[in-house]
Design a protein around this ligand. Structure first.
Ligand code: EPU
Length: 348
């Protein structure tokens, strides 16, 4: 079924809770509904929104916001050709773009399937997860992606992208790039889960907490999911209480020379991850060092548990306040460390 509303208020459809509206809003709950929408006649631009958990609206949006409510999860039958070449114990799962990612993680954990337990409690829907290549604690959506099924609004036909064709990188995919963005609407994702893969425990904090939680019992996806959920709840703002869009900036990648220069000037150990010939530094540390943790700017603020997260501190923040805060943080990190932070959140 298709629901259409003109001048739709988006406050409930963006997790920063910006009080903005869309020229037109269209919600649909089946793949076939897309064939009944005349995309040529819609106010432009056209964007797809899941839970709106990774964007910041800066003003009213003149175009059309599409919202998928396609909400199925099922295992692909064993005779699907997609099983060819997959390791033993693989279970292929199809999930509608409108399925809440955390519901999908819970569904997998309940069935004892490995692969997405580390993505538990990330806000947003499966369709957006495939576009944004969400990631946490050593797992990215790309690690399980097999096929991303889409509707091509230019050719008016259904199509799919293999994981390779999605061009996945750190919080990036082709779907965010010109020529693809706004053209392909994700209808459902096919992911490969596993009955026997085991946990991803590369993060020390996760390994320790899973060890404690399992108390000598075999580790299950359910135990890891519970641990990850607790860690995220302790560190990140509770979405039902405080508006935010998760990490606001990407973790910057710098040269080894620049890293050594920062290390030399720094009073304490600089956290970092070495990636071949470059170094990734946590943006949270840079922002923390610049004294932003827990500070506010008007109604906007920097979360006290994780300074990478900007928040709608009072619930009344205007887009300009968040933009000003973002610019102030970028300027101060740049001045102190010579590093240009890049937003991870899409600014519309
Ligand atoms: N840190 C500080 N001060 C703080 C908090 C953190 O200095 O108050 C430093 C510490 O050195 C810490 C480091 O920052 O070790 C990294 O912090 P954390 O483990 O929380 O991870 P992150 O790099 O800040 C990334 C993702 C998160 C994801 C976590 C866990 C990005 C942009 N963010 O954050 O993803 O949950 O790793 O894997 O890559 C999101 O994308 O919205 C998101 C929340």
């Amino acid at each position: 079924m298709i629901k259409r509303v003109k001048n739709f208020n988006l406050k409930k459809l963006n997790t920063f809770r910006m009080d903005v509206s869309a020229g037109e809003f269209i919600e649909y709950d089946s793949v076939a509904d897309l064939l009944d929408i005349d995309f040529d006649t819609l106010p432009k631009p056209v964007i797809s929104l899941g839970k709106g958990s990774n964007l910041l609206f800066t003003k009213d949006f003149p175009g059309t916001v599409l919202h998928s409510d396609i909400d199925f999860i099922y295992e692909l039958p064993e005779d699907s050709r997609l099983y060819e070449g997959m390791p033993d114990g693989t279970v292929l799962v199809s999930a509608g773009a409108g399925v809440e990612m955390d519901r999908l993680c819970g569904w997998a954990a309940d069935k004892g399937l490995w692969g997405i337990e580390n993505l538990s409690h990330i806000p947003g829907d499966a369709g957006a997860a495939a576009v944004q290549n969400i990631g946490a604690y050593g797992t990215e959506f790309a690690d399980v992606a097999v096929n991303i099924n889409c509707y091509d609004i230019e050719e008016e036909e259904f199509t799919h992208f293999t994981a390779e064709e999605c061009g996945y990188a750190y919080r990036d995919s082709v779907f965010k790039h010109p020529g693809f963005k706004g053209r392909y609407i994700v209808t459902n994702v096919i992911i490969a889960l596993s009955e026997n893969k085991g946990p991803v425990l590369g993060y020390g904090q996760v390994k320790e907490a899973v060890g404690q939680a399992s108390m000598g019992r075999p580790v299950t996806p359910g135990i890891v999911r519970k641990v990850i959920t607790e860690i995220r709840k302790a560190k990140l703002p509770e979405p039902s209480v405080t508006g935010s869009a998760g990490s606001f900036f990407k973790n910057p990648v710098i040269s080894i020379e620049q890293f050594n220069a920062i290390r030399k000037k720094s009073c304490c150990e600089v956290p970092h991850y070495i990636l071949e010939d470059v170094v990734k530094i946590p943006a949270a540390w840079l922002i923390d060092q610049c004294g932003w943790k827990g500070r506010t700017h008007g109604n906007a603020g920097v979360h006290s548990g994780q300074p990478l997260v900007l928040i709608n501190a009072t619930g009344k923040a205007r887009p300009e306040e968040l933009i000003e805060l973002k610019d102030l943080i970028i300027a101060s990190v740049n001045e102190r460390f010579g590093i240009q932070l890049i937003p991870e959140v899409e600014i519309i």
